[in-house]
Design a protein around this ligand. Structure first.
Ligand code: ZN
Length: 361
């Protein structure tokens, strides 16, 4: 699994003029090595090292068979400078977003004190770029996670009825996901009703769900590390004109994006497909987040589908398409599917219907 990924990363390392790259972001480590514990990877043209402390050494040997496992103790500054100079590396890349300022400072001081010929070069997004394009095995696992959230939504339609508290509904959904094969869910499930649904990342409360108000559900499952992400908005009983109008706009915006997205397009253009429709109806300011995000080992990863994104959409990517409209004091509507770019077009992995009506009157 790891060899092909390592080869691709090695080309990037060379392209960036580095002798080696220190990988510290946990999902990046897992992606490259299979190791799910805590540690660091050091990758050069000829070497693939996994540095970890005694708690994880055995696990590392089992999970990361393509890597040479080395046991280290303490923070980076206590072992990295010597190891790197023993290897003869001078230009060491590190992940600028995943090495803390204090680690960086201690590391720099240690290099200086030891008078080593070693330069620390900040990098961003090298492994993330590789991760954004999924191989068939990854696609299959994401597909399983998506299937499980679809099944949980079927349950949701009978769990969520007038009189249940948001928190209770969340717990029932989480139980369902876990009992049907999900690992720890990738984020706290959202069931937000009435005005609470106006908060895109609402926390579940004791609020009792009523008829004729928006009920926003957002949940994900995790299978062998791979995530799904799913949102639907229901209205129990009769929906007023306001709800029907807003729901219809969000649905049209989502369909336009799914149909219009093409490989080769920028992520910003994709965002624009949905945003234009929402703006035309006067709700532009009520769509305050991006159109979507990549999904994989992390529930939010590359690409980022926002109006200021510089990402390019290419075949093999997997991401969400999730426009929403949120009105403070009233509520919100969001509809979210996971899609994959295949033969230049978006193929929708999510199967659930997009009918706001629930069974309960
Ligand atoms: Zn999402």
């Amino acid at each position: 699994m790891g060899i092909n990924r390592l080869q691709k990363l090695r080309s990037l390392i060379t392209e960036h003029g580095l002798d080696a790259l220190l990988v510290s972001q946990p999902e990046n480590c897992r992606y490259l090595s299979g190791f799910t514990g805590s540690g660091w990877l050091l990758i050069s043209d000829n070497h693939a090292l996994l540095a970890t402390d005694f708690r994880y050494v055995e696990q590392a040997r089992e999970e990361a068979s393509d890597f040479e496992v080395i046991r280290v103790k303490g923070e980076l500054n206590s072992w990295l400078p010597e190891l790197v100079s023993d290897m003869g590396w001078h230009e060491l890349g590190f992940e600028a977003n995943y090495v803390s300022f204090s680690s960086y400072r201690k590391l720099s001081e240690a290099i200086k004190a030891k008078e080593l010929n070693l330069e620390l070069i900040p990098t961003t997004g090298l492994v993330e770029r590789l991760r954004s394009i999924k191989d068939p095995e990854e696609l299959e696992l994401i597909g399983k996670a998506v299937e499980l959230t679809d099944a949980a939504f079927e349950q949701a339609k009978s769990i969520i009825c007038p009189g249940i508290a948001e928190k209770e509904a969340v717990w029932e959904l989480e139980k369902y996901l876990r009992q049907h094969g999900s690992e720890e869910v990738p984020f706290e499930i959202i069931v937000a009703s009435g005005p609470n649904s106006a908060l895109p990342h609402a926390k579940p409360t004791e609020r009792i769900i009523c008829s004729s108000e928006p009920v926003l559900i957002d949940m994900g499952a995790r299978i062998s590390g791979y995530c799904s992400d799913f949102s639907r908005t229901l209205c129990l009983g009769e929906a007023d004109k306001n709800f029907r109008e807003i729901y219809d706009i969000v649905l049209r915006a989502q369909s336009a994006a799914i149909q219009g997205i093409e490989a080769g397009m920028s992520a910003a253009q994709a965002d624009e497909l949905a945003r234009t429709i929402i703006e035309q109806t006067g709700y532009g300011n009520a769509f305050g987040h991006g159109l979507g995000h990549g999904v994989g080992l992390a529930v939010h990863e590359s690409p980022t589908l926002t109006s200021n994104s510089s990402d390019l959409l290419v075949d093999g990517m997997v991401f969400t398409v999730e426009p929403g409209i949120y009105i403070a004091g009233w509520g919100g509507v969001r509809i979210e599917d996971v899609v994959t770019l295949e033969k230049g077009k978006a193929r929708v992995l999510t199967r659930s219907g997009k009918e706001w009506r629930a069974l309960h009157a």
